[in-house]
Structure formats: structure tokens, C-alpha cells
Design a protein. Structure first.
Length: 125
């Protein structure tokens, strides 16, 4: 899906014109870009997190000649997908939730802490 198709889908779902949806999409992308420029991360709960990562200087290899090449340090953008996004692209890996214990049963299952039976030590003079 490309940007115009995404804007059209937003327009349809949000009952906006394509032009309005395109402006909304551009505003969202601009804000994500500005936040990353300021070294802030952008978290969209359930969808994922955009963050800036630093790549240190390293030595690479020219694939044609095999000569070592120095690669400068740089910053790059990383995306860490959220749980909902991961689960939506891997529907078979969704595990069924464990049944919750009733609150009363959970309290009874835990042993009560033993009361302190020791008498306080006498102060030495």
C-alpha cells in the first residue's frame, strides 16, 4: 500500500475527503519525523514504537574489489512493532489466555505469613 492508497483508506473510514485525509496523514508523518529528529521516540500503543538508533563507525568491504571501506557513524530509524501488530500478522501464534482465578480463591491459596513469635531482645546497658 502506498501513501495515496493509505490516505484514501483513511478518508473512507474517517468520513473525510481524500484531501483532508492526505493532510492528516502528512501531519502525522511530520510529527513522527520531528520527534525522531529531536531524538524522541514515538509510541503508538498496540501498533509500535519509532525510535532513533545510532550506528557506530565500522569497516565494511567493497563487494567489487574486496577492499576494506570505512563507514562513518550515522543515525537510523528503527521500528519496534507492538503486540497487537505482531499478533495480527501472526494469527496462529496467538496463545489462548489463561483462565483467571477468582479473587477469593487466590487469597485463600496463599499461605498467611506467620506472626512474629519472638519477643523483642532486651537492650544491653
Amino acid at each position: 500500500m502506498r501513501k495515496p492508497e493509505l490516505a484514501a483508506a483513511i478518508a473512507e473510514k474517517a468520513d473525510l475527503t481524500k484531501e483532508q485525509a492526505n493532510r492528516v496523514l502528512n501531519a502525522v508523518l511530520d510529527e513522527i519525523t520531528n520527534a525522531l529528529h529531536k531524538k524522541d521516540s514515538v509510541t503508538l500503543v498496540g501498533f509500535g514504537t519509532f525510535l532513533q538508533r545510532h550506528r557506530g563507525a565500522r569497516t565494511g568491504k567493497n563487494p567489487q574489489t574486496g577492499e576494506p571501506v570505512k563507514i562513518k557513524a550515522s543515525n537510523t530509524v528503527a521500528f519496534k512493532p507492538g503486540k497487537f501488530l505482531k499478533d495480527s500478522v501472526n494469527p496462529d501464534s496467538i496463545k489462548p489466555a489463561k483462565p483467571a482465578k477468582p479473587a477469593a480463591a487466590a487469597k485463600e491459596a496463599k499461605p498467611a505469613k506467620a506472626a512474629a513469635t519472638k519477643a523483642p531482645a532486651a537492650k544491653k546497658k
